[in-house]
Design a protein around this ligand. Structure first.
Ligand SMILES: *[C@@H]1O[C@H](CO)[C@@H](O)[C@H](O)[C@H]1NC(C)=O
Ligand SMILES: *[C@@H]1O[C@H](CO)[C@@H](O)[C@H](O)[C@H]1NC(C)=O
Ligand SMILES: *[C@@H]1O[C@H](CO)[C@@H](O)[C@H](O)[C@H]1NC(C)=O
Ligand SMILES: *[C@@H]1O[C@H](CO)[C@@H](O)[C@H](O)[C@H]1NC(C)=O
Ligand SMILES: *[C@@H]1O[C@H](CO)[C@@H](O)[C@H](O)[C@H]1NC(C)=O
Ligand SMILES: *[C@@H]1O[C@H](CO)[C@@H](O)[C@H](O)[C@H]1NC(C)=O
Ligand SMILES: *[C@@H]1O[C@H](CO)[C@@H](O)[C@H](O)[C@H]1NC(C)=O
Ligand SMILES: *[C@@H]1O[C@H](CO)[C@@H](O)[C@H](O)[C@H]1NC(C)=O
Length: 473
């Protein structure tokens, strides 16, 4: 271990002294201020600017929509899905602040990645496609419809239709089977590692889109799928029946009973967000209220235990969070803020959580040459260079942008629906793309590990070294 105080050299000691003195007023102090609305907007503006510096997609020769990557091809730290998540973050940024500086870039990126069937299955990524990867892009399109983000040109793909297309491809029979009594698999192509894993995030994205499409279109078919998918997650006990913990997933060979009990914040927050839309769609039904209450209580207890967003499975050990995990806090903040719009009775619980957590988030944005770069470790209140987690820091920056912009949620209108919205839907969207299970090209090693979210690493050798098993029961 490095950094024990007994090994400090004089120059380190000096550095520590300087760092301490920088906490004094007048020397370089906290850069971002979030007391007033104007300060929040100004802070968000700078955070949005700094995050864009990680994005190369609008430069000549680069690919619109994605952050540098994927790591499996040594092109950068980020997988395909995170570009979609970042686009969603800017759709919210514009919605909440009114600053349209990045709308053109976002529109271009989101349209560029739709793929030939307009369902977020672009050939460059179908071979390594997870339902969650496609789902994240679909949720950003859904958000664009709900936020009344400017429509793409007529004749091209439209936000609502894109969200429907993603949902319809995932509802199609070839993505469903009887193992574990139902549910979506993590991966789409059967040859992918992870095809035998049925997990919360894949089903969570599908559930979430179904809930939101139901509320937007008032088409009960979407609600039926959402209901059924949530029930499945409950039945396999990826949602703990006692205390509403949300676990990661299990394997079809074990009938999904070998539950990996890692608790990732975005799984729980994604289910809460979808449940709140169902609560709203059902005019405040008891059953969905119980689910909203259970999930929110669990999130507050586990991920905000010390009043600040904390990524339980990896944050306790610096260097243990993957690039994916390093972006989860942002989604948690954004999704929780929207829950206050569609289930307004949660406002008094959620807003103070987000406020306190955001104060800690900005406190540690003191890094880099600008002395305003953000790290991941909010609770400690001290900037830690993203290099400790082996990334350049886009996720860390995106988290804080999301948290700060979301403080403006009270002034925003609720998510639009078919009456108040402006996006065109298509009940047949996604129907051209069946057969997606057959990958169009041979799977390379790069593709295999390529898709989203963590799990291969987690299920593999990292387990022992992380003391992972302590999460086991
Ligand atoms: C890319 O977008 C950013 C942010 O809008 C802008 O500042 C920059 O000039 C753009 N670059 C190119 C090459 O268009
Ligand atoms: C697919 O990848 C190639 C090679 O990197 C790139 O040139 C092309 O622009 C990508 N297509 C899309 C739609 O992103
Ligand atoms: C939205 O509502 C209009 C009429 O109010 C209807 O024509 C249209 O089909 C609806 N769209 C969807 C996606 O439900
Ligand atoms: C409702 O959605 C389903 C699934 O997309 C579609 O088949 C059906 O036509 C839709 N119904 C209406 C009334 O739009
Ligand atoms: C698999 O688990 C489900 C509960 O998730 C149970 O209903 C079903 O009977 C189990 N099937 C087998 C073959 O054990
Ligand atoms: C919610 O209430 C509205 C207005 O009373 C009604 O038209 C609609 O059918 C209700 N929705 C559900 C899912 O019960
Ligand atoms: C549903 O959401 C709307 C905002 O879109 C809100 O005014 C209404 O109170 C919500 N319904 C319930 C039952 O909370
Ligand atoms: C707010 O966050 C601080 C850490 O920044 C923590 O010590 C405090 O307990 C939190 N307050 C509440 C009410 O959660």
């Amino acid at each position: 271990m490095m950094g024990a105080s007994s090994t400090r050299s004089p120059s380190r000691w000096l550095a520590a002294l300087l760092a301490a003195s920088s906490l004094l007023p007048g020397v370089h102090s906290q850069y971002y201020k979030i007391e007033t609305k104007e300060q929040i907007k100004e802070s968000a503006r700078t955070l949005a600017y700094d995050l864009m510096l990680y994005y190369k997609g609008n430069q000549s020769g680069e690919i619109p929509g994605i952050l540098p990557g994927p790591p499996t091809e040594h092109k950068g730290d980020y997988y395909w899905w995170e570009g979609g998540a970042m686009m969603g973050t800017y759709v919210d940024y514009w919605f909440l602040t009114g600053d349209d500086s990045y709308n053109k870039v976002v529109m271009e990126g989101m349209v560029h990645q739709v793929g030939p069937n307009e369902d977020y299955m672009p050939p460059n990524h179908t071979a390594s496609l997870g339902n969650d990867d496609q789902g994240f892009w679909g949720m950003s399109a859904m958000l664009a419809a709900e936020n009344k983000f400017p429509n793409p040109p007529d004749g091209g793909p439209q936000w609502l239709a894109l969200a429907q297309a993603v949902f319809h491809t995932q509802a199609s029979p070839e993505r469903h089977d009887d193992t574990c009594n139902g549910g979506l698999r993590w991966q789409v192509p059967p040859t992918n590692m992870g095809y035998n894993y049925k997990n919360t995030i894949a089903n969570g994205c599908f559930f979430n889109l179904g809930a939101r499409l139901a509320r937007y279109t008032l088409n009960q078919t979407y609600a039926d799928w959402a209901e059924k998918t949530f029930q499945w997650l409950w039945d396999v006990q990826y949602i703990d029946h006692k205390d509403w913990r949300v676990y990661d997933g299990g394997h079809v060979e074990q009938n999904c009973t070998d539950i990996n009990k890692a608790q990732f914040s975005y799984n729980a927050a994604l289910l809460l967000h979808g449940a709140a839309f169902m609560y709203n769609y059902t005019n405040g039904s008891e059953i969905w209220k119980e689910r909203v209450d259970g999930l929110l209580g669990g999130i507050k207890r586990d991920f905000f235990e010390h009043g600040v967003a904390f990524e339980i499975p990896c944050e306790g050990r610096k260097g243990a969070c993957t690039a994916d995990m390093l972006s989860f806090k942002g989604y948690v903040h954004r999704w929780l803020s929207v829950v206050t719009k569609v289930a307004p009775y949660t406002h008094k619980t959620i807003i103070p959580m987000l406020r306190n957590s955001t104060e800690a988030a900005v406190r540690q944005c003191t890094g880099g040459e600008t002395q305003r770069r953000c790290g991941f470790y909010w609770l400690d209140g001290v900037y830690v260079d993203p290099a400790v987690d082996k990334t350049s820091g886009a996720g860390e920056q995106m988290n804080v942008l999301a948290a700060v912009s979301s403080l403006l949620i009270d002034d925003a209108p609720p998510p639009a629906n078919n009456h108040t919205g402006i996006s065109k839907g298509d009940p047949n969207a996604g129907s051209r793309s069946r057969g997606a299970r057959d990958p169009p090209k041979p799977i390379t090693n790069g593709d295999r590990a390529g898709a989203a979210i963590l799990t291969i690493l987690i299920l593999g050798s990292a387990i022992g070294t992380w003391g992972w098993m302590s999460f086991g029961d």
